[in-house]
Design a protein. Structure first.
Length: 259
């Protein structure tokens, strides 16, 4: 056995991990090699020291007291000594981060629960398209009447909800009729009002919404909620007068569903 081989196998030999044949070769080499014997002695010293039980050195009383004060200060009970104070930004502290995350999730949850949906762009485009089609010949009204007591009963049996109908002729927005229309393949009510030479289509269907103003292709749209229904007024009327119409409709008492 050469010294290089013995050096590679030395620690395995000390730990009794060699097979008998290799151990015998190591033992025949060691008496004739002082370098390997010296390495063997050093390895045995290390092995013996590692096998000894750990030595316990009690901490000084002053150090123990400083550690206790530091732990209490972390819990907010008292101030940490200046020489042991560690400044950590609030956003790096685990408790602060978890609290911030919980607050963020709570805000998102409340927003999902309580914020009312806005009109998607596809829906706005479909409402404007319905308004344009209604302006073509014989597409504006299914029932023609200025009497809200005539228009509202006409929807009975044609829809699974009862749309509110309001008489606004005294305010300069006379009702001229109504019709059935479709939005996203669902039936909706369409009330037709007039302001001078301008036609206002008021689309109504069940749901909740928030107030919203938008425009598309030169038409103004005002979306609002009235009597538990989503209402969307569409017209080429200027935005100020269309908003006045929406406010009047929302604020007036609708026709009763009982006749």
């Amino acid at each position: 056995m050469t010294c290089d081989e013995a050096h590679q196998l030395l620690h395995a030999y000390v730990d009794d991990e060699l097979d008998i044949a290799t151990a015998l070769r190591m033992e025949s080499h060691l008496p004739d090699c002082p370098v390997c014997r010296r390495e063997l002695e050093q390895a045995q010293v290390i092995r013996t020291a590692a096998a000894q039980p750990a030595v316990y050195y009690p901490a000084p009383a002053a150090l123990r007291e400083q550690l206790r004060r530091a732990i209490r200060n972390e819990a907010g009970e008292m101030e940490t000594p200046p020489n042991m104070r560690i400044s950590v930004p609030w956003w790096k502290r685990p408790m602060a981060f978890s609290g911030l995350a919980a607050a963020l999730f709570l805000m998102i949850g409340l927003a999902v629960l309580f914020l009312k949906p806005h009109a998607p762009r596809d829906q706005i485009a479909e409402l404007v398209g319905s308004h344009l089609r209604s302006l073509e010949a014989d597409h504006l009204m299914d029932v023609q009447s200025t009497d809200q007591h005539t228009v509202k009963p006409w929807f009975t049996g044609k829809l699974d909800f009862s749309p509110p109908v309001v008489d606004l002729s005294a305010e300069g927005y006379p009702l001229i009729g109504g019709r059935l229309d479709y939005l996203e393949q669902q039936k909706v009510a369409a009330l037709i009002y007039r302001r001078n030479k301008h036609v206002i289509n008021l689309f109504i269907w069940p749901g909740e919404t928030s107030s919203e103003v938008s425009s598309k292709q030169g038409f103004n749209l005002i979306r609002f909620e009235c009597k538990g229904m989503i209402c969307c007024a569409v017209s080429d009327l200027n935005l100020g007068e269309l908003q006045q119409f929406a406010d009047l409709f929302e604020g007036q008492k609708a026709v009763s569903t009982r006749y």
